[in-house]
Ligand binder design. Structure first.
Ligand SMILES: Nc1ncnc2c1ncn2[C@@H]1O[C@H](COP(=O)(O)OP(=O)(O)OP(=O)(O)O)[C@@H](O)[C@H]1O
Ligand SMILES: [Mg+2]
Length: 382
């Protein structure tokens, strides 16, 4: 059997992709800021903020690699040190990791901050380098009155060697910093990442599929469907989880490529938003509209035009022996279902076409069975 996921490991959270599509401008800007300063022999500090899955960590790592490759301070090469400060970290635990990064170690008890800093400095001096320190997820640390940010950002004054800082957080952490540290993060030392929109996510998904999947295994409409499903969060990680899940679903079915069913299956297993109780609460017209949409989407299609769905709705109404609602009521029902999060309304694909409806929540086949069962029971009761 031909595999769909030929390089599954490249969709792991730990994998750093060679390119960051849609973040090239930001990477170039940051790298230019650091290089310009380092070329003058001066350390540079930066705060990067952005929403969940907006590419902060990947961007920080890429920047670090770029500086290691091409940055220099006089004759000094650059060393990248990455520390994730999430949860239960404090100045000491972080400093211990930094010590390990420069090849020295201390027992993790019995030493105060000043002694640890001395040892850190000795480590740097033993093999002189400019140290580029990434402190990722720095919010919690900064809220507990860290001294480390101050000390690292003032390394020449406190005799610590040559250190550049790169702080990463989801929110603006400047208000929590002491005034001297804050002054190290002026306007040109801050960057807020723009949130990924559906187009960005589509490009990211397409690129990552090129790396991870068999060529041609992700048809363009599927990249679009995945991007649309992740667009409300702007979260690239969620989009990639969907991609991986959909590719696995395709593979386990023996399919050669990813189809809409596989994307829905992946989304359903990550965010089961359609619940039985929600369906239970639906009125007859709503149920029939969903059934109609489900039938239009079954198998090959990611979206269906409103007209198509309305025809399918009329057919379903006839089938279950109820009078079909007017166009206006049909549309009102569609909007109500949209508010419930049970379907999506997309603008027309081209001029002259109607709106398109989508439903990415769960495997269509399951939904169809459920709805047919429910509608059948109801019409028997009536
Ligand atoms: N522009 C991009 N091109 C390719 N892959 C990307 C891009 N942006 C993000 N990714 C991928 O999406 C995932 C999430 O990105 P990342 O971990 O950098 O986000 P984050 O902003 O640090 O999220 P969090 O706030 O949860 O820490 C990673 O697997 C990353 O490789
Ligand atoms: Mg991160």
């Amino acid at each position: 059997m031909e595999r769909v996921l030929t390089h599954e490991e490249t969709l792991d959270a730990s994998y750093l992709p060679p390119k960051l599509v849609r973040r090239e401008t930001e990477l170039a800007l940051l790298s230019q800021r650091y290089k310009a300063s380092l070329a003058k022999g001066v350390a540079y500090h930066q705060l990067l903020t952005g929403g969940v899955g907006s590419g902060k960590t990947a961007l920080a790592q890429r920047l670090g690699d770029e500086l290691v490759r091409a940055g220099r301070v006089g004759s000094l090469p650059v060393l990248k040190l990455y520390v994730n400060c999430w949860r239960r970290s404090n100045d000491r635990t972080i400093l211990l990791q930094l010590l390990r990064g420069v090849g020295v170690s201390l027992p993790d008890r019995g030493y105060g901050l000043p002694e640890m800093l001395d040892v850190f400095e000795q480590g740097i001096r033993r093999a002189p380098r400019h140290v580029f320190v990434i402190l990722d997820e720095v919010s919690a640390l900064v809220r507990q009155e860290t001294k480390l940010v101050y000390l690292l950002s003032r390394s020449p004054e406190v005799g610590l060697g040559s250190i550049s800082l790169f702080l990463v957080a989801s929110e603006d952490v400047l208000p929590y910093l002491d005034a001297p540290s804050r002054s190290s993060f002026g306007v040109t030392h801050r960057l807020q990442l723009r949130r990924y929109d559906a187009e960005d996510l589509e490009e990211i998904v397409r690129y990552r599929a090129e790396v991870a999947l068999r060529p041609g295994a992700l048809p363009p409409p599927m990249a679009e469907q995945i991007a649309r499903a992740a667009a409300s969060s702007g979260d690239a990680r969620f989009a990639l989880e969907l991609l991986a899940g959909a590719a696995r679903a395709a593979e386990s079915e023996g399919a050669r490529e990813v189809g809409p069913e596989h994307v829905r299956a992946a989304k359903g297993s990550i965010y089961p938003t359609v619940t039985e109780s929600k369906l239970e609460a639906l009125g007859e017209t709503e149920l029939l509209v969903l059934l109609a949409l489900a039938r239009c989407l079954r198998g090959r299609h990611a979206v269906a035009t409103t007209d198509k769905v309305r025809q399918a709705y009329q057919a379903a109404a006839e089938e279950y022996g109820v009078t079909a609602m007017s166009r206006v009521t049909f549309w009102r029902t569609v909007k109500a279902l949209e508010r419930e999060g049970l379907l999506g309304v997309e603008p027309p694909a081209s001029r002259g076409e109607g709106n398109r409806l989508s439903m990415d929540e769960m495997p269509m086949s399951y939904l169809t069975t459920l709805l047919e069962d429910r509608a059948g029971r109801r019409s028997r009761k009536a």
